[in-house]
Design a protein around this ligand. Structure first.
Ligand code: FRU
Length: 486
């Protein structure tokens, strides 16, 4: 693993030519994604500014140009008209002001009429490396020009630590006000959401208070990336609690959860129905964000980073890592949240393939387990059936276990290489989306999902499946352009 100095990590990109060489070398990698958003060079992490505006989906990612390392962050801009085919649009927001001198950190988009605004955290550090987070706004003009407001909307609140970031902007019809939800950490090191409010989107923001979330006061030491949507009359609060282990999550200390319930902006309270739920049960899923302005009160659209803070992945050796999940549609059915890939994804199906021992490198597979029986399915085994990425199911406990410990390339092993998914119903169906370095598994039409990086070697090109399973597969077309646009 390469060691980076602070200077190297925080180097400012002066000219695209500085990363041409990196781009030329990584694009030859066997692990470049074909239908997932990924960094043009270096590292991508959180999705940012995900918003539908005037017929176009805008989606940015946290980007560090220099390699597989967290350093000076930019917002890199991608666009789509169908949430499936994505084009690179170059850097969206540069860390080029006093307030964001050490990074343009995460945030959200907001579309209003003809205007598109991006709210983000300016990560300022002084010469002693003391951090001051600012909540900032910029307008993205139709011409592509980005105009930053000259002053931040507000700075940090003194009652909390330096961890105050990731603004999510919403408009509440009941109180007829705008709100910003900010991920934060209290001085006694608990995860919080702070609420700011204003009558106007671009000014007069004042601190309204700390969001009360009764029953969840001790869930982790920092809540990153809060996001909220109303689906069929219910509020869904999503956030990424850190600095704690949680049941059935191995030794991970970074998580992504959601609460279903009622958001009351007047009383600054989120009343949850029942406990928190894992948004995804996989090894690599974090910082999920809802798209703004979806315009359908019965669904939400969400994407996340395929990766976790502090983790390392095999493509690091090639100086890059990271990817975003497929955008998912979330709906409430019988008071349960179901997550499915957006329907337009079906347009990527090239042709159906009859599987016979060999596994296509990029594909969608529908696995039926009609009788809900115990099974074992091993993807990317060697020719003799050994090794592989193992998905198994125990019908007595209704637990599906995913184990990547038998793959040639192992990584983040200390966090645990096997994770369980407890299902409410028997597991009768799996839909797998396999790309060059990731797999997303949708169980029972989205009752649970499991996202993981995986880096099969050349000899890992086969699969084995128990006879109770029926597999139907499709090759998929490429949907990301992967062009060098900076
Ligand atoms: C989550 C996060 C955010 C922050 C960003 C910086 O992964 O730590 O809280 O804004 O990444 O890249």
């Amino acid at each position: 693993m390469r060691e980076w100095t602070q200077e190297e990590r925080y180097r400012v990109l002066q000219d695209p030519s500085e990363i041409c060489g990196l781009y030329d070398s990584i694009r030859k990698s066997d692990y470049r994604q074909t239908y997932h958003i990924q960094p043009i060079t270096g590292l991508s992490s959180d999705p940012n500014g995900f918003v539908y505006h005037k017929g176009v989906w805008h989606l940015f990612y946290q980007w560090c140009p220099w390699g597989a390392v967290h350093g000076l962050k930019y917002w890199y801009h991608t666009v789509s008209t169908d949430l499936v085919h994505w084009e690179n649009h170059g850097v969206g927001i540069y860390p080029d002001s006093f307030y964001d001198n050490k990074g343009v950190h995460s945030g959200s988009g907001f579309s209003t009429g003809d205007n598109l605004y991006l709210f983000y955290t300016g990560n300022h550090r002084d010469e002693n490396w003391v951090r001051t987070p600012y909540t900032c706004v910029a307008e993205l003009k139709e011409s592509g020009e980005l105009i930053k407001a000259s002053e931040p909307l507000f700075g940090p609140h003194e009652n909390y630590t330096e961890h105050q970031r990731d603004p999510k902007v919403v408009y509440d019809e009941d109180t007829q006000k705008y709100y910003i939800l900010l991920g934060a950490q209290s001085k006694d090191l608990k995860g919080k959401v702070l609420i700011y409010s204003s009558d106007s989107l671009l000014e007069n923001w004042t601190f309204a208070g700390e969001l009360q979330v009764p029953g969840f006061e001790d869930l982790g030491g920092m809540w990153e990336c809060p996001s909220i949507e109303r689906i069929s009359g219910k509020d869904v609060l999503v956030f990424s609690p850190q600095y704690t282990t949680l049941p059935h999550r191995g030794k991970n200390t970074n998580h992504n959860v959601y609460l279903l319930g009622k958001m009351d902006y007047k009383n600054l309270t989120f009343t949850a129905e029942g406990t928190y739920h894992y948004l995804d049960y996989g090894f690599d899923f974090y910082a999920a964000q809802f798209a703004a302005n979806v315009k359908d009160s019965d669904k939400a659209v969400l994407t996340a980073w395929i990766g976790l803070p502090d983790n390392h992945y095999p493509s690091e050796a090639e100086d890059w890592e990271g990817s975003l999940t497929l955008p998912r549609e979330l709906r409430l059915v019988n008071n349960r949240l179901l997550q499915r890939p957006v329907p337009a994804l079906a347009s990527l199906r090239k042709k159906a393939v009859v599987l016979d021992k060999e596994l296509p490198r990029v594909c969608e597979i529908e696995v039926s387990n009609h009788q809900g029986q115990d099974f074992e399915l091993k993807l990317f085994t060697k020719k003799d059936g050994s090794g592989g990425f193992c998905i198994s199911y125990d019908s007595d406990t209704k637990v599906c276990t995913v184990d990547r410990s038998q793959m040639d390339q192992r990584f983040n092993t200390e966090l645990g290489e096997s994770l369980p998914v407890s299902l409410e119903d028997e597991l009768t169906k799996l839909t797998l989306y396999i790309d060059k370095n990731s797999i997303e598994i949708f169980m029972n039409d989205g009752q649970a999902t499991f996202t993981s990086h995986l880096y099969p070697t050349k000899q890992e090109a086969y699969y084995t499946a128990d006879s109770c399973l029926n597999l139907q597969a499709w090759l998929l077309k490429t949907a990301v352009t992967d062009d060098f646009v900076v």
